[in-house]
Design a protein around this ligand. Structure first.
Ligand code: ADP
Length: 397
């Protein structure tokens, strides 16, 4: 490998680390994909899976219980080297929060790292892990170019009314506003849509449905409104997170049910959503395969919450040309797409059930709308890691 050929992308979540190694060229080519789960879990073993460029699984290992985020970065680097790849030219990081200051990707240095640490309180579940990986690489590979790409960045164009929270000015002055997340996914989909369709869509709603779930209303290529808010707790029902809920519930649990702040937080972030409703799993594939009444209820409630958000965004966009489903659920669950689209007849959307039964093609898309549909419906594969790699290549250039 030539020295300039390799880019590593790191995407550290609260209990997972994803990474990808890319070879640069006209188009960045993914050589390895890493998925590490159960990271930092005190009760279960972490797991590492590595896929090669053809998507074949080449490593599936159980790791120690309590395997930390730093352990993950060390292991990823040692696996890359053991698999014969050397001389990483740059690393791109997904950083969850860029606040109001950072929108476009930045070359990371000691100064902006300090500023990013100041945003930890806005994204305590993710930001510390994102920054710890950067710091670790500063210490161990000080000459390495590191680029930070922000999940909030794409939403810096939000309509002022979408950003506003109806709170007093002095509270809003503390930075309390809608930021929005999943920006790298939306940016990627937004970049793809012109390539996959002959039609030019002015008003698009993208539903990113993975473990975290959010929707984005894109107007003329820019984020106009989005469902996640000040934190990634707002909006649609998620795997373990509640989504939007009357804040009065929080006061009630604190004041009348004797719960601590930490307990309430744990409930809203880790024990709610699909898991909370079903009482069995946060995993959509598990729920759609189950006959348990509460599993069915969770799936119905999830689809309803997506329909509600689509309705809301269709109103603020004053119409919709295309609805795009992405993320693990959006890309893979025809059943969930069907249930949602069946409730969109009011805006002229008609799903083609046969097309919807198909799979996303190797270019990453699947049109699922019937020919008479007034709204184009798509399932599209997102690729946040590739989006980050492209930003790193721009910086290298
Ligand atoms: P993350 O947000 O962690 O990146 P993903 O985007 O990979 O997560 O999405 C994970 C979700 O996708 C899980 O709920 C999983 O069950 C769901 N999923 C994946 N494949 C299917 C499928 N065939 N049917 C239903 N849900 C699926």
């Amino acid at each position: 490998m030539k020295k300039s050929d390799l880019i590593l992308v790191l995407n550290a979540g609260s209990s997972s680390v994803k990474a990808a190694l890319f070879e640069t060229g006209d188009e960045p080519k993914e050589l390895l994909h890493f998925a590490m789960s159960n990271v930092n879990e005190k009760t279960c073993e972490a797991r590492l899976k590595i896929d090669n460029e053809a998507g074949g699984r080449i490593v599936d290992e159980t790791l120690a219980t309590g395997f930390t985020h730093q352990d993950c970065v060390e292991l990823i680097l040692s696996k890359i080297s053991a698999l014969g790849f050397e001389h990483i030219a740059a690393v791109g990081h997904r950083i969850v929060h860029g606040g109001t200051v950072f929108a476009a990707p930045i070359v990371l240095d000691a100064d902006n790292l300090v500023e990013l640490k100041g945003l930890i309180k806005l994204a305590p579940q993710h930001q510390p892990h994102n920054l710890a990986a950067i710091e670790y690489l500063f210490e161990t590979m000080p000459d390495l170019l590191q680029v930070g790409c922000f999940d909030t960045g794409f939403h810096r164009t939000l309509d002022p009314l979408s950003q506003l929270m109806a709170l007093p000015q002095d509270i809003r002055d503390k930075g309390i506003r809608r930021y929005g997340f999943h920006g790298l996914s939306y940016e990627y989909i937004n970049g793809q849509i012109d390539d996959v369709s002959d039609e030019k869509y002015e008003k698009i709603i993208v539903a990113h449905m993975g473990n975290g779930v959010s929707l984005c209303a894109i107007k003329a290529g820019k984020s106009f409104a989005t469902s996640m808010g000040f934190t990634a707790l707002d909006g649609a029902i998620m795997g373990k997170r509640s989504g939007s809920i009357d804040p009065g519930v929080v006061f009630h649990l604190l004041e009348n049910e004797g719960m601590s702040v930490a307990e309430v937080k744990r409930i809203f972030y880790n024990q709610s959503g699909l898991l909370g409703i079903s009482g069995m799993s946060n995993d959509m594939a598990t729920l759609v395969a189950s006959d348990a009444p509460n599993a069915k209820l969770a799936v119905e409630a999830f689809c309803r919450s997506i329909v509600e958000q689509i309705g809301r965004f269709t109103a603020v966009l004053d119409g919709v040309d295309a609805v795009i489903f992405t993320g693990g659920i959006g890309e893979n669950s025809g059943l969930v797409r069907q249930k949602i689209c069946e409730k969109l007849g009011w805006c002229g959307a008609v799903i083609d059930p046969i097309a919807n039964d198909g799979n996303i093609n190797d270019k990453g898309h699947l049109q699922i709308s019937a020919s008479q549909s007034k709204v184009a419906l798509w399932a599209m594969k997102t690729n946040e890691e590739l989006m980050i790699a492209q930003h790193v290549i721009e910086r290298l250039a």
